[in-house]
Design a protein around this ligand. Structure first.
Ligand code: NAI
Ligand code: OAA
Length: 317
């Protein structure tokens, strides 16, 4: 059985993730961490969630704290702490402000919970994954970000709708930045196990339109309802279940790559990775030429934002 801690639990994504994670059978303890001053809100969240556990028949020890140190002995620590973007902002606009939060958080988790797996949700998530890796001093396998998993799910849903098939029949991946430079892997997209390009209807597929919809999905939801919650919350639970269940699923998350993809590496970015109780292991793979070119561009962009943020962090710390 496992202890899961959620940092930023008073936020929209954090508290919904608490609910989705509570459905995972391996979770025995859940800790909600918020900032000092938010004790009443956290206590209220615990009472409300406990009622939902009672109604569902879930048996989890639930507690809250305003100290990250209480995350000790966690198997998985999920970080949703940080500012979200407002309409009109790019995720990268949040980079420095959130990097300061993540650097401090990762340092504390690195010291107090050395065996945990640290799962970043805070945006820009690829950059935050790199910051967390540096400041926690964890091994790369212990750190990952939500990356392009949610983008891949968004594309999967659009493809299933287009071909009028059940969503479980579609396998697809988007790699690269969780942001504008994301790269769809049509070469790795199958429907019912058949490569999508081998289907006669493929030629009519509005591929560009679909990718544009995925690219702008977060922005559109934020414009309409203030924040994205249900997609990320469910995606977070899938990943936590994959770890705790030692499932060895291959999901597309932000992870440190050495040179696994066409020799490209030394960056944290969305790639397919095998995920189990020991952590996250990027899968070496070869791509089509246009996909490699897109991935290189995405890596270049993330490297630049990451380097700028790291430099600014050095100046203030
Ligand atoms: N990677 C992904 O696919 C997704 C990432 N996100 C990101 O997750 C983060 C949280 O989003 P929401 O829950 O919608 O935001 P929110 O504003 O509802 O919650 C933010 C949480 O962070 C905490 N926080 C803010 N500043 C802090 C600080 N200085 N120190 C410690 N904690 C602090 C708040 O107390 C709150 O608990 C954002 O960065 C957002 O962009 C959100 C959805 C999907
Ligand atoms: O768009 C945002 O800022 C939140 C997010 O990352 C997403 O839902 O993809």
């Amino acid at each position: 059985m496992a202890k899961v801690t959620i940092l930023g639990a008073t936020g929209n994504v954090g508290i919904f993730a608490a609910h989705t994670i509570s459905e995972i059978p391996y979770v025995s303890d859940m800790l909600l961490v918020g900032r000092p001053g938010r004790e009443d809100f956290l206590a209220g969240c615990c009472r409300d969630l406990s009622d939902s556990f009672a109604a569902r028949g879930t048996d989890i020890r639930l507690s809250y704290s305003t100290s990250i140190l209480d995350a000790k002995d966690s198997d998985v620590v999920i970080c949703t702490a940080g500012v979200p973007r407002r309409p009109g902002q790019d995720r990268n606009d949040l980079a420095f402000e959130n990097a300061k939060i993540i650097a401090e958080t990762a340092e504390t988790i690195g010291r107090s919970s050395p065996d945990a797996i640290l799962f970043l949700v805070t945006n820009p998530v690829d950059v935050m994954t790199a910051v967390a890796l540096k400041y926690s001093e964890f091994q790369p396998r212990q750190i990952f970000g939500l990356g392009t998993h949610l983008d891949s799910m968004r594309l999967k849903s659009l493809i299933a709708h287009y071909f009028r098939v059940h969503v479980s029949e579609v396998h697809t991946r988007i790699i690269g930045e969780h942001g504008d430079s994301m790269v769809p892997l049509w070469s790795a997209t199958t429907i019912g196990g058949i490569r999508i390009s081998n289907l006669p209807t493929f030629s009519g597929l509005p591929a560009q339109e679909m990718i544009e919809t995925v690219r702008t999905s977060g922005e559109a939801i934020i414009r309409d309802k203030g924040s994205t919650v249900y997609g990320p919350g469910e995606a977070i639970a899938t990943l936590v279940k994959t770890i705790l269940g030692d499932e060895n699923r291959i999901l597309t998350v932000s992870s440190y790559i050495k040179s696994e993809i066409h020799g490209i590496g030394d960056v944290c970015i969305g790639v397919p990775a095998r995920i189990n109780r020991d952590g996250v292991f990027p899968v070496p793979l070869s791509l089509e030429e246009n996909e490699v070119a897109g991935f290189r561009e995405s890596v270049k962009k993330i490297r630049k934002v990451t380097a700028d943020v790291m430099e600014r962090l050095e100046e203030v710390r």
